[in-house]
Design a binder for this molecule. Structure first.
Ligand SMILES: [Zn+2]
Length: 161
């Protein structure tokens, strides 16, 4: 699958957990850990050539000092943050690859045979849904449930003009 957003990789500061989660749902590569301090964020951004997403002016100052790429997020609400960011990056709806990345741990998720998840999901889910995916890192299983409809509704709102 062609995925324009694969060109981007980010590291988000501690205040942007919800934004990081939603960027992952759209398929963006985002490192986020509540335990990271400014120093570790700068170190990882530098070594992995990641764009720093931050609400913190001190981190902006230090990113600039280290010649790192960064995006200063002014909005407080995650939806407005996300909307602002896709606008800055000039991302359109066709560019995103929803459910290609695990919202929990940022690893790629892969479609798996239904039998493979029989012991991993509730019986009701196993008997109701046809398509399952699994995270290659943390093992979390995903299926096309009500969550997918909710995400698609949010995407419509996100990309409307
Ligand atoms: Zn995972």
């Amino acid at each position: 699958m062609l995925c324009k957003i694969k060109d981007y990789s980010f590291i988000a500061d501690v205040m942007l957990g919800k934004l990081a989660r939603w960027l992952r749902i759209l398929g963006f590569d985002v490192i986020y850990d509540r335990k990271f301090d400014d120093e570790s964020i700068l170190k990882i951004a530098l070594s992995q050539n990641r764009i720093v997403l931050t609400k913190d002016t001190k981190l902006v100052f230090n990113a600039e000092k280290n010649s790192l790429k960064y995006i200063f997020i002014k909005e407080n609400n995650w939806f407005n943050q996300l909307k602002g960011l896709i606008h800055i990056l000039n991302i359109v709806k066709n560019d995103v690859c929803i459910f290609s990345r695990c919202p929990e741990c940022n690893s790629p998720i892969k479609q798996v045979a239904k039998e493979e998840v029989e012991d991993l999901v509730p019986d009701f889910v196993y008997n109701t849904f046809l398509v399952f995916s699994k995270c290659r890192n943390c093992g979390k299983v995903y299926w096309d449930g009500s969550h997918k409809k909710r995400v698609e509704k949010i995407l419509d709102k996100l990309f409307e003009k």
